[in-house]
Design a protein around this ligand. Structure first.
Ligand SMILES: [Zn+2]
Length: 212
């Protein structure tokens, strides 16, 4: 592990830089590790808004080299998307609301509109609250039932990463890689809202490498 950054062994798209920060990775450290990269982030609001510039929304993408798209999460799921020829990358903030409202199909629709069909992407899912710890209520179950989107409940517990994986595959994404670590079960690595960390969040990032 490189200074508070986790990677998925099987997810190594050429021309792309990415990582899932543990609680060790703060903004200062991120800037130090990736000097020269322009950092872009969102005011995340559990929406399905996907945009190219900074602002309010929960999905961001770029076709420019040397930009680092950053998603902040504690128990929600960070979703990173890399196009196989490294022409575009995207990062999504996906909690139950985002997944139920359709942030994943919406992101892939926007990217397709820009000329990048879903089959050209591989996805990486970072740490989030796991099915071990995520009991949900009627409101959540109801939202998914009505959504028409794939989801997975294990008893009363929502499986957030598998739900995202099913939705990505249903939308046509070629590959989905999962980092199977629960934020609530691993206080040594992660912040967790459900465990009582109210404000702190981990930083996940992806960008197109700028080789000068
Ligand atoms: Zn857990």
């Amino acid at each position: 592990m490189l200074s508070g950054i986790l990677k998925i062994y099987t997810f190594n798209p050429p021309g792309i830089v990415y990582g899932f920060g543990t609680r060790e990775l703060d903004w200062e450290r991120l800037r130090k590790l990736y000097p020269g990269y322009r950092i872009k982030q969102l005011q995340q609001v559990h929406s399905t808004v996907v945009r190219e510039d900074q602002g309010e929304g929960d999905g961001i993408f770029t076709v420019r080299k040397g930009e680092l798209l950053v998603i902040k999460t504690a128990d929600c799921l960070p979703v990173l998307l890399a196009e196989k020829q490294a022409r575009v990358v995207a990062a999504l903030h996906a909690g139950w609301r985002g997944l139920c409202r359709g942030i994943i199909p919406e992101a892939l629709r926007v990217l397709k509109e820009r000329g990048f069909p879903p089959e050209g992407f591989s996805a990486a899912l970072g740490p989030s609250i796991g099915p071990c710890c995520y009991e949900v209520g009627e409101e959540v179950m109801d939202c998914f039932r009505k959504s028409g989107l794939p989801y997975l409940l294990r008893g009363k517990n929502l499986d957030l990463p598998t739900t995202a994986r099913l939705q990505l595959l249903a939308a046509g994404v070629a590959e989905v890689h999962i980092l199977p670590l629960c934020t609530r079960c691993h206080p040594e690595f992660f912040y967790s809202h459900r465990r009582g960390d109210r404000k702190a969040r981990m930083l996940s990032f992806i960008g197109i490498i700028d080789i000068k």
